[in-house]
Design a protein around this ligand. Structure first.
Ligand SMILES: [Zn+2]
Ligand SMILES: [Zn+2]
Length: 275
């Protein structure tokens, strides 16, 4: 696979995330070593785990570390001040108050768990009935639709997230075509609001072996009029910074996109896809 120019990775986590390991500086050093030109550091802010994740403190540490790394690497790479807002629709006032604390370039919107429940990754898919899995997915797509309508983010992250765990549990009979209508509704809201769709490449290094969402969704987004795409490795380790971004570009190109997007001061910047 030929390498693309202007490698951009807009989704990664530092040790300021509950599941991160490295400093912002270490993530930036890896990005430079891997030839990236723009990155966003996007630590987790799972609104519904505000107390448990000690987010009041973590958000501050995350932001300050990003600012520090941004200065250290100023002549080598563009570092964007990002955040991944998890489940923002579960507490919109707290979300909005938290976003207003700092000047972000870029906000990711995500859903990782149903209301008041653990992460989709913690479900026992092996022992759930097919109906139970579909009922969890019904709820997931409803929550994704609510997230799209909330509209306080720049990119809509890792659509089809539960599938990576469902596939990992060997439940290959589960398929998503019954959600095509609601997915179209989600895309129409994103497009009407000028929001981006994320191609999250973390699935490429996991058993599912595919991006979230997969190419068919990206093609549908384009067909409905989608304009903005972001690419993100969702790296939690330095060695994954930039991982799969070339595959993301290839998918974008296959689906007819000529540009990918990054966000600076919450405004889209289009970057031509070229080899
Ligand atoms: Zn996420
Ligand atoms: Zn993430």
């Amino acid at each position: 696979m030929a390498a693309y120019k202007n490698k951009i990775d807009l989704h990664m986590h530092t040790r300021s995330s509950f599941d991160g390991h490295y400093s912002a500086e270490e993530m930036c050093a890896s990005a430079v070593a891997n030839g990236l030109s723009v990155i966003a550091i996007t630590d987790h802010f799972d609104v519904d785990f505000f107390e448990r994740h000690n987010l009041d403190t973590r958000q501050k540490t995350s932001y300050e570390d990003i600012i520090y790394a941004k200065e250290v690497f100023a002549d080598k790479i563009t570092v964007l001040r990002g955040i991944e807002m998890g489940q923002p629709t579960y507490d919109i006032p707290l979300t909005e108050k938290s976003l207003a604390r700092y000047e972000y370039d870029f906000v990711i919107g995500s859903i990782h768990n149903p209301r008041g429940m653990p992460d989709y990754g913690d479900f026992d898919y092996k022992n759930m009935t097919e109906n139970e899995i579909y009922s969890a997915l019904d709820n997931y797509f409803e929550e994704e639709f609510e997230l799209a309508k909330w509209n306080g983010f720049d990119t809509f992250a890792h659509l089809t997230y539960p599938m990576r765990y469902i596939v990992q549990a060997g439940r290959n009979e589960i398929e998503l075509s019954r959600y095509d209508d609601i997915t179209d509704e989600i895309f129409k809201v994103l497009i009407a609001n000028g929001k981006a769709l994320e191609i999250n490449t973390s699935g490429l290094r996991q058993p599912i072996g595919k991006t979230m969402p997969t190419e068919n969704y990206v093609r549908r987004f384009k067909k409905l009029g989608g304009e903005f795409l972001t690419l993100g490795s969702d790296a939690h380790f330095t060695e994954h910074v930039g991982a799969g971004i070339d595959s993301g570009y290839e998918i974008a190109e296959n689906c007819g996109f000529e540009y990918v997007t990054y966000f600076k001061n919450r405004k889209p910047v289009q970057v031509k896809i070229e080899k």
